[in-house]
Write a protein that binds this ligand. Sequence first.
Ligand SMILES: *Cc1c(COP(=O)(O)O)cnc(C)c1O
Length: 382
Amino acid sequence: MNALPGRAVVSLEAIANNVSRLKAMAGGAGLMAVVKANGYGHGMVPVARAAMAGGATYLGAAQVYEALDLAVALGPDRVPIMAWLYGEAAPIAAALEEGIELGVSSVEALTRVVTAAHITGRTATVHLKLDSGLGRSGAPASLWENLVQCALAAEAEGAIRALGMWSHFAYADAPNHPTVVAQEEAFTQGLALARRLGARFELNHLANSAALVTGRPVAYDMVRPGIAIYGLSPIPEQASSAALGLVPAMTLESELVLVKPLPKGHGVSYGHIYHTACDTVTGLVPLGYADGIFRSASGRAQVQVAGRLVPQVGRVCMDQFVVDLGPGARESAGEPVVVFGPGLNGEPTAQDWADAAGTISYEIVTRIPQHVPRVYSGQAGL
Ligand SMILES: *Cc1c(COP(=O)(O)O)cnc(C)c1O
């Protein structure tokens, strides 16, 4: 057993239910469950299995090495896996041997994939990526026609199958932002051009969680939600998880390792940014920024102890933080602490911590390091 007095309990049932709810929102489109970054910190392989149980038709990893780990762990009984980031050292040939599909943003990347196809004797299934406006990966509009033509030439000689095109939004969390419509139009035009050139695209995809839950009519053949399958809202200013019918899957639990009285006016933790307002009782939680607790949330967050919300006070340290349990508190060491959870029993959520830390919920869950054990709950078989 891991000796760290903290653990992330992940409900696989919540993930499966979130996936089936999101799939219903996508109409008849397929659903790629995005499980990059170790399943957004929840554990890539268990999340992938739960997502498949919930009806995911694809799994998406970012890095090729993640996709390889996933393919090996899941074995043959799986939906297709797609990966889209690979540096010079990435094992492309091994990925093709495992049947992993690849995103391709440039002729250079296509050339590498074609070379790996020749080495392995496999036909690589690729998804051509258009930069419809995000300005990150993908071929810019000026290079799109050339990329499609090169891909069609490689397809004609049997090295690849260009299964579809895809792109990614810059502003999907602000559905009325003018870039959203502009990107949709760029995607439609890029698709029309590819078809005129002879592309037989069957699987085109654009929508992330935010585009899906805000109801943009951009499902095409598949949607690619990440954060929403973990039950976190991609648009927290507009709709909570509960309003979207999603249940956050992760609960970060710990315990008090020390409870003690402190007199009024006593400074707490490094820099004494907090002083006790009265004679009080403090508790020590053995999780710090090395365990994924954001230092930038110092003094702004709450945790749940014995069913009540108590403030986190003073600076968050490397391995620990302090809570003010209040005057006369009767908890003792060993008392369970919920740092965040689904929020269904009054506990704070990952979104609350994101607000306190000045970041997004994505960063709260993905920053919990590997040494914090993941414990799975949910239906047997998931
Ligand atoms: C991470 C990612 C997604 C999922 O995004 P969410 O905002 O988590 O839904 C979809 N597509 C691509 C290309 C991504 O990198």
